[in-house]
Each structure stands twice: as C-alpha cells, then as structure tokens.
Design a protein around this ligand. Structure first.
Ligand code: FPP
Length: 246
C-alpha cells in the first residue's frame, strides 16, 4: 500500500482527470443491481476528492456522466441523476471543510432541473474556496465541446470580432468548457479498459495515461497515490529530447 509520504511533493500533478469506470461490473460480480455499483462509486469519489486535497492537487476532474450515457436505460439515468442530487446535498460539507470549489463542465442544460439547481447552488456556495477545484463532467462529450467551440469562434469571425489568422491555442482554450482549467497532467481510467471515450480530447494532448484493473467502487486514495507515484517515475518530454530537458 502506497503512503502519501512516498510521493515527491515537488512533482505533484497540477490537474488529474479520472474516467470512473466499472460500477456496473462491480455490482454484477456481487450479484447486485447496477445502481448499487453507482452508489458505492460515490464512496470512491469522496476518497479521491479527500485524497487529492490532502496532497495538494489543484485540479481534479471527474467524468461523472457522458453525453453518450443518456442512451442508457431510463431507470439507470434516473438513478445517476438522483445520486448526483443526493451526493451534492451530502458532500457540500466535505467541500467546505476541505476548502474545495465545485465546478462543472458539459452541456448542463440537458440535466434535469432538480440536478441543475442543486449543482448551481453548490457551485455558488463554494465559489470562494481556493484549496482545490473539483470539476464534475456532466452530460459532457469532448466532440460536442469542440463543435460548440468551433461554432462560437465561427460566429465571432463572421461578425469581425476575431480574425481567422489570429486563431491559436489560446483562442480555442477560451471557448472550451474548461477555459479556467490548466491542461491535464495525469489521466486515470479504472476497470481495465484502455480508451478515452470522448473525454477531454484537446486537454489531454500531453497528459500521462494511467490504466488500472481496479473497478471504480473499489478505488481508494492509496490507489490514487500509486497512480501519482507511477506518474512521478515518468519523464515528460513535451516533444523534446531527454538531453534538452536536463
Ligand atoms: C461507469 O461505470 C460510471 C458511470 C457511468 C457513472 C459514474 C458515477 C459515479 C461514480 C457515481 C456518481 C458520481 C457523482 C459525482 C455523484 P459503468 O456503469 O460504465 O460500469 P461498467 O462499465 O462496469 O458497466
């Protein structure tokens, strides 16, 4: 088991993003309904949020619900939305105690009103917290985000607000849902699947990828620390050579 003392405090990733996968399989293995997996998944959420705050992560982004997840059976979608509302009500205390600001990215207009109202309330209440920013990706899809970005920039070009020659990375960043977030340093996916599933495609350009077999409901802060330890052993070259870095 990894202890946080084993981590190099000078090389803590600034932004960690997590694809929380395996709730359904966890439940199936135990002969339970999928909802029980999602419910248990909220415990893992609390673990990583507290663990991240503990070691000084500045940005934690969790893929809680994708644009594609709307295609799941209505009962499961309803369960996830109810869990979101109950977790927000319950965890506001954890967020305040740990000085964490809540943020959300995605097409939030698609969320049921109750979830949207609760979400906005917690975002408002935690807006002055500055130890860490917890971003929930809800009704989020990277391609949808990029289409929205291209549309907004095109309108500005058409109206003469932006010259096409001046479109650069900064302009694109400003139009993404993640405009206030730095690039992702470490992307974690649980449950043994090794794919990105339409998550932060632009923002992970130079992220280190870490895949673990652990199913999301079983993921604990020590597993997070293990992922960070693994990250710290890697050399991030950003296209340069090793010699240039040293
Ligand atoms: C993936 O497991 C997980 C999700 C689609 C939802 C993640 C939601 C939670 C962890 C709980 C609620 C979160 C918050 C922030 C309140 P899966 O169902 O795809 O698992 P499977 O691949 O094994 O079927």
């Amino acid at each position: 088991m990894i202890d946080k003392k084993q981590l190099d405090s000078n090389n803590i990733p600034r932004h960690i993003a997590i694809i929380m996968d395996g709730n359904g399989r966890w439940a199936k293995k135990k002969g339970l309904f999928r909802a029980a997996g999602h419910e248990k998944g909220t415990k893992a959420v609390r673990e990583v949020v507290e663990g991240s705050a503990e070691i000084g992560i500045k940005h934690l982004t969790l893929y809680a619900f994708s644009t594609e997840n709307w295609n799941r059976p209505k009962l499961e979608v309803d369960t996830l939305m109810k869990l979101l509302v109950s977790s927000l009500k319950k965890e506001i205390k954890t967020l305040q105690e740990n000085n964490i600001q809540l943020n959300a990215i995605g097409n939030l207009q698609n969320l049921p009103k109750k979830a949207r109202v609760e979400l906005m309330e917690v975002i408002e209440k935690t807006k002055s917290n500055d130890h860490m920013v917890l971003t929930l990706a809800l009704s989020y899809g990277s391609r949808e985000e990029l289409i929205k970005t291209i549309e907004e920039i095109s309108i500005k070009v058409k109206n003469g607000v932006i010259s096409p020659h001046l479109i650069n990375e900064a302009v694109i960043n400003e139009h993404l849902y993640t405009k206030n977030l730095p690039d992702v340093d470490l992307l974690i996916r649980t449950s043994g699947e090794q794919r990105i599933s339409n998550f932060l495609l632009w923002q992970i350009a130079y992220a280190e990828l870490y895949f673990t077999e652990i199913l999301w409901p079983d993921f604990r802060r020590t597993d997070l620390f293990e992922a960070i330890l693994n990250y710290q052993k890697r050399e991030r070259r950003f296209g340069k050579t090793s010699e240039q870095l040293s």
